[in-house]
Structure formats: C-alpha cells, structure tokens
Design a protein around this ligand. Sequence first.
Ligand code: BGP
Length: 487
Amino acid sequence: MSEFPKAFKWGGAIAANQVEGSHDQDGKGPSISDVVKRVRPEDRRSMKLPFPSHDEIQEALLDTNHAEYPKRRGIDFYNRYKEDLALFKELGFDVLRISISWPRIFPQGDEMEPNEAGLQFYEDLFEEMHKQGIEPVVTLSHYETPIHLVLEYGGWKNRELVAFFERYSRTVMARFKDHVAYWITFNEINSMFMSPYIGAALTPDDAPEATRQQDIYQAAHHQFLANAAAVKAKKELIPEGQIGCMVIGMINYPSSPHPEDVRQAMEDQRRTYFFTDVMARGHYPAYSRRWFEEAGAAPEMEPGDEAFLAEHPVDYIALSYYMSAVSARPETEGEKAAGNLMSGLKNPYLEASDWGWQIDPSGLRTLVNQMYDRYEKPLFIVENGLGAFDEVEEDGTIQDPYRVDYLREHLQQLKAAAADGVDLIGYTAWGPIDLISFSTSEMSKRYGFIYVDQDDDGNGSLERRRKDSFYWYQKVIETNGEHLDRS
Ligand code: BGP
C-alpha cells in the first residue's frame, strides 16, 4: 500500500499581497500587486490579466478608492495573524508557506538600509509561528516587486535589480537565519512568459511588441542570476537550510497522437522546463538557443554569468499545480479552456471548476514523475486547491464537499507518486484561509478551510469560521495522509 514519507510536511500556503492588507502601514512601499484593479465577474474567465502602463500605475498610486484594489486590504492578516496561526495549529500544520513583502523591507527596492518596522513584523510573525509549532517556508518574491523599481528602472530587464534582490535576500536571511530553514526564490517564475508585468515587472512603455521578447528573456536571465545569488547567500548564511525555485507546474498533453500535436506538447512543456532547467541543472538548455535564434532575441550575458549559474543550482524544486493543458498544432481549432496564467484547449475528459480551470488529479502524478526523472531533486508541492463559491448555511456551517473531493483526489495521486519513487518534501494547500484571488482580486473565489467574512467590495466582519473541509484536512494531516476518504 502506498503511503506518504514519514517526514512529509503538511500545511498551507499564502502570499503577503493577498492576505496582509495594511498596504501602507509601518513604512511599506507599494508593490506591483497594489496597483492592480479588481476584475469584474463578467471577465472572470477571460484571462485578461491587467498589464498597466506607467501612466496607469501613476494613476493607481494616486487613487485612494481602495475598493478597486482589494490586495491593499487583503484579509487583515497583518493584524490578525495570531488568530489565524492558532487555527492553522488546530489544523495540525507542520509548515506554513508565507511570502515576505519585499517593499515592507525595502520600500522602494533600491535603498541601502532596510525598514526596521518591516523586519520587526516578520520577526514577530516567525516567533508566533515558532510558539505554535509551525515551521515557516518563505518565498522571497511572490508578485511583490516594489513599484519604484518598475517606474524608475523598467523592471527586471534592468540588471541593477539583481543586486537589489541580493541585498534584500541577504538582509532577510541574516535576520531570520534562526527562524527559517526553507526558502523559495521567485513564485511561479515562469509566469513572466504569460504575464510579463506580474512575473517580471515589465510594462508596455519602453518596449514595442517587437522587442518585448527580448525584454522577457533579459528579465528571465536577471531573475536566474538573482536566484543563484540567493542560493549562494543561503549557503553562506544558513548552511543547514534548503532553497528552491518555484514554477507553475503544468503538464501539456497532445490533443491527438498526430506527431505534430505531440511535438507541440513537448514545445509547450518546455515553456515550464526552461526555467527549472536553468535553475536546477545550472545551465541554459540546448533548445533555448534555437528559441533565441528564431525570435531574434537572446539575453545579453556578462562574462562569468554562466559559470555563476552553474555554481549555484537550487536544492529542491517547488511547484504549484491546479490544472493541465492540451496542446495542438497551431492551425487546430477548438474551444479554449480558462486559467489564471496558462491554459490550452478544452480537454473533453476533464471537468472544470466554476472559473473554468480543468481539474486533473492524475496529471499531478504524471508531472511530478516527469520532473523527478528529469532533475532527480526533491519536489515540494507548495500550491494546490480549488477556487469555489461557498455558502454560509443558516446554522452557520459551510459545507464544501467539492473542495474535499478536489483535494483528496490530488492527494491520492500524490501518494501514488510517492510510491512511484518520487522524492516529495511536502504539500501546502493553497489558501488554507480565504484570501484575495491573485488573478481576479475577487474574495468570492474561495480556497480556504477557513471562511473569512468579507465580500468582493470589502464589506464584512472579517470573522473567521471553520468550513466542513477544515475537519477533513485536520484528519488527513493527523493520519499523515492515510485518511483520504470523503468524510
Ligand atoms: C497561483 C499564485 C497564487 C494564487 C493561485 C490561485 O498562480 O501563485 O498567488 O492565488 O495561483 O490563483 P487565483 O487566485 O487566481 O485563483
């Protein structure tokens, strides 16, 4: 019978920009997420992620109608984290994945000295986690590049950001070396291919479409260097710790056995592997040279860059997993599936969530097997979950069997992957407490085991309530995943 490894880490994952709120408290500067407007319900499946120009960012910075920018308010984790951690402890969490908001520490991003109030907030948070027996897993950059670095430096296409990121990473590692052993550099680094703003802090301002690809490759190269610099810093400052990269875990199926569909699926799969290839193996893969040639765009490198990447590969690979995608030859017609960043054609064999994301538990097993075959490094599933509408019943309960079904089916497949021999560090369910959606900034897209009383306009008491899935996940953790039945 398959089982999870004894030391398997169970928990949940949240991100500063989606939970903290208090966006301008204690010296925090604005981040790229603070200026992103909410998406209206009629556009929730459109995948039109906002891609603001400098003028639009300036306008947003002056706009004090905060209702339009839900990430500024989050779920008030900044003030309520003690209560929330107590609930996570009750769930039995071994770990909680959080992110540090870069502009809380360096409000503009380019300062020489950090903001002490920001550091103090995270120190208090880590101490409280320690008291509750929950180990932090910390992402350094979860869609939180300081906006000043966009407006003044042009985002990640500018090499100066590598040094700024290194300073930030070294600052927090030096300060929290006794609190944090597990680090992650960039959340979903491959997101820059689909959303250059979210992933690489690029706006359309300085780059007409023709040179955009150049900027994206350049930004990717700079984030690879920043990733390697953080790996080096971790080795020096926290030798016992572990540091990983993180990607949107996507598996691309061919739409048919037609050899050209199969080849297209391989090409699409490489849009994810490109990033892990560089950060886990330490060098640019051979196929990327052809990409650069075809696009007439290649990252500019300085002497020593490639040696630096080779010297500092990551210890493990973290991934989110929500769905799979179907790839087909370019001329193929077919209905598109939805997603927040990546998607493909509709898969007739899969059901979809209320937001149109295709649900594919079995794809998780296949994907982690493929990734383990390719890299032979431990894998950490740091996001997985179902965004759904929840109803509070008259008696105050929240019955969410759909969430339990989604999670248990994915965990069954993950357990099977462990039996396949894949080295798995752990599993952190996305949004264990309802939070602001990354893509649409809605509150009504809920992932949590814990309900938060707040609507899309920001009305509500913010009271926290246990959903039915809370008791289910508690049992899963208690039995190290042996219990994966419905009830
Ligand atoms: C990932 C992001 C998260 C997150 C999750 C769910 O892409 O890393 O920040 O929110 O997706 O997406 P959404 O909130 O759009 O439903």
